[in-house]
Design a protein around this ligand. Sequence first.
Ligand SMILES: Cc1cc2nc3c(=O)[nH]c(=O)nc-3n(C[C@H](O)[C@H](O)[C@H](O)COP(=O)(O)OP(=O)(O)OC[C@H]3O[C@@H](n4cnc5c(N)ncnc54)[C@H](O)[C@@H]3O)c2cc1C
Length: 394
Amino acid sequence: MTYLSGSSQYATLSTGERLSEIAQRVGETVAGRFAHDVDRDARFPAEAVDALRSEGVLSALVPVEQGGMGASISDLSDTIRLLSRHCAATGCVLAMHVEQLFMLLKFGTTPSLRRVVEELVEKQLLIANANSEVGLGGDVMRSRTALEPEGDGWRFDKQALAASFARHADLVLSTARRAPDGADTDQAVALFRAADFTLEDTTGWDTLGLRGTCSSGLHLCGHVTAENLFPVPFSEMANGGGGQLRHVLLTAVWTGLAEAAMEQAHQAVRAAARRSIGTTQQPAMRLAEIMTEVQVVRGMLADACNRIEEAIAADNLEDIDLIMALRNVKIVTSTTAVRVATAALQICGINGYRRGPDHPLERILRDACGGLIMVSNDRYLLENAQMLPVRKGI
Ligand SMILES: Cc1cc2nc3c(=O)[nH]c(=O)nc-3n(C[C@H](O)[C@H](O)[C@H](O)COP(=O)(O)OP(=O)(O)OC[C@H]3O[C@@H](n4cnc5c(N)ncnc54)[C@H](O)[C@@H]3O)c2cc1C
């Protein structure tokens, strides 16, 4: 695999500028070009992910001294936002991959997991996640599946509720109880190669939106050894950054969708203005309203990136104020994306309602709905509500 991360064409750019250039170019020429097909056929955005691979973006988070780009969370969130303006499935794939890579870099401290990082940089491996489990809904902090002793390791046999792009990934991270007699909260995390496991599709993925994420239910089955296991429990990994990072990176997707919807509405307002020069039409006022909402989500995303970067630097990602604030960011931005897309539909009228390669708005609206349930906003509201009575101030 050759990629261009060391290319002289980028010599004068910062990492953020370089990623931004790549995201705009890949977004416009690849992700956007195939977005309609990806959505129509509910297929993996292979062309866009291959383009990101060839630019070294799948290892952008890895420090420079380990062969990556040393990108910050802000750099990556910007990359995801820009890609999501063209194809939210591509943005989601990158967001979920980066979250898993963050876990691998922070918690994969064993020699075998360190070697996986080297291989990921060299071959631009893609990492999926299969934590949620049939019967447990969005409660990923518990597992039914247990590691069953088998030969030199354990049998891993799990009914995953939804595992985005796992059948297109090279590596999968997945939780299970540490032992058959262990508590459902005593979870270990295994990292395995998709090629070494059987991954049987149990539900298909014929969904309202985010169809290109290919997040079908899967029956995952294979053998893991101690080399595959992270040395710390899942609770430490989730609370130590995995969950927080997911909020920020997926917020970049919801923000990109809101921007894409606003862009469609803007085009419609400009076309209407050309037809009746000198008058301000009511849709323009609605667009001005949309702008205020998009400004809010952009501001929330920027603030969330700053806060998470400060927390990474200070090693206090477990701070409860931060966790509650990031849940709020996810709730507000995902609901706003749906509201903005719906308002844009009213501006664009029947042309926004039409389907087809030249009418992306209805796809944007359907994709935005995914944000509400990935993970359920109600679940986060309840988690925050449980904290409020014991907080001295908010
Ligand atoms: C596009 C997409 C991609 C996904 N990709 C992955 C992936 O790659 N890996 C992965 O592991 N999972 C993935 N998931 C699954 C996701 O993480 C959630 O687990 C899943 O969406 C939750 O499913 P649910 O809505 O049935 O369950 P729930 O979250 O249980 O919600 C169902 C209903 O129950 C309510 N509810 C239930 N329990 C509570 C509670 N304790 N507090 C508050 N409300 C509650 C909710 O409000 C809601 O009304 C994906 C989901 C989507 C939509």
